[in-house]
Design a protein around this ligand. Structure first.
Ligand SMILES: [Zn+2]
Length: 274
């Protein structure tokens, strides 16, 4: 009898802890968000991310809150002797947190650390060509998002992409969009959506746009969305996200359905930022 009561009490405690944990996390994050945003941080972001000044006051205030939580929860690691600076952390956090302004309340939950290389880095890859032949390859990379818990960026590329906001390329937006996509454990170009009814709409628009891009690339047509998006649906979502934030006007006029889908998902309208 005594043992049964103890087991019951332990189970009750475990269930209570599981139920309370998200509430405590939310409370802790809300506290962090309310802290005053250091003026030096604002100055660094204004300097490195010109688009920051074009956000509405409300968007900027919410972004500042997310940046504070992000910096508290994620670890930054310098690679190849790189010393991680406040500037690097703030620049990466500011761009990544643009993707959180839809207030889903998640902070790239699978991601623990961000590895920063000074510039492009090489990856030694072993690829099985057939059952008996293995090929060694040295691939050059600018960034990548692992399903595990790490994301890798080249600082040189981050700087270049944040300064040239209008060219449609942004390694931070790209890799963090992959994080959103991988949140449900699968990298298939479908992030977690707000309502069940959003999924068929997402599938319809994304499939049509992806197929259109593949077809345009095959016919050597000039496309607004980078050809890398034709690699697979996961890359398409990441590349479309880059285009949405960096070339909103063109995306709206040439791919209105896609623009509106991403506008609904990110709860943002970047056409207003210019
Ligand atoms: Zn990618």
């Amino acid at each position: 009898m005594g043992a049964t009561i103890i087991i019951f009490l332990i189970l009750t405690l475990i269930v209570t802890a599981i139920l309370i944990s998200p509430i405590l996390t939310k409370q802790r994050r809300n506290k962090i968000k309310k802290r005053p945003f250091p003026p030096l941080w604002s100055a660094i972001i204004e300097n490195n991310l010109p688009i920051y000044l074009h956000l509405s006051p409300d968007e900027r205030r919410r972004l500042q809150g997310h940046i504070q939580v992000f910096l508290r929860e994620k670890q930054f690691i310098g690679c190849q002797g790189l010393q991680v600076t406040e500037e690097m952390k703030l620049t990466i956090a500011a761009v990544a947190c643009l993707l959180l302004l839809n207030e889903r309340g998640e902070y790239f939950p699978k991601l623990r650390s961000i590895l920063i290389y000074p510039s492009a880095y090489f990856v030694q890859q072993t690829i099985a060509v057939s059952d008996y032949v293995v090929e060694e390859r040295r691939d050059i990379r600018l960034g990548e998002s692992w399903t595990k818990d790490q994301l890798i960026l080249s600082w040189e590329q981050v700087q270049q992409d944040t300064q040239n906001w209008k060219d449609g390329h942004n390694v931070v937006l790209h890799e963090f969009a992959h994080q959103l996509d991988q949140e449900d454990g699968k990298a298939e170009g479908v992030p977690i959506l707000q309502r069940k009814s959003d999924y068929p709409v997402w599938a319809r628009v994304m499939t049509a746009e992806y197929q259109q891009l593949c077809q345009d690339i095959q016919q050597n047509a000039i496309t607004l969305i980078d050809s890398y998006g034709a690699t697979n649906p996961a890359e398409f979502f990441a590349v479309a996200t880059e285009t949405f934030f960096e070339k909103p006007q063109q995306l709206f006029s040439q791919h209105q359905d896609l623009y509106e889908l991403l506008q609904n998902y990110y709860h943002l309208n970047p056409t207003q930022w210019t």
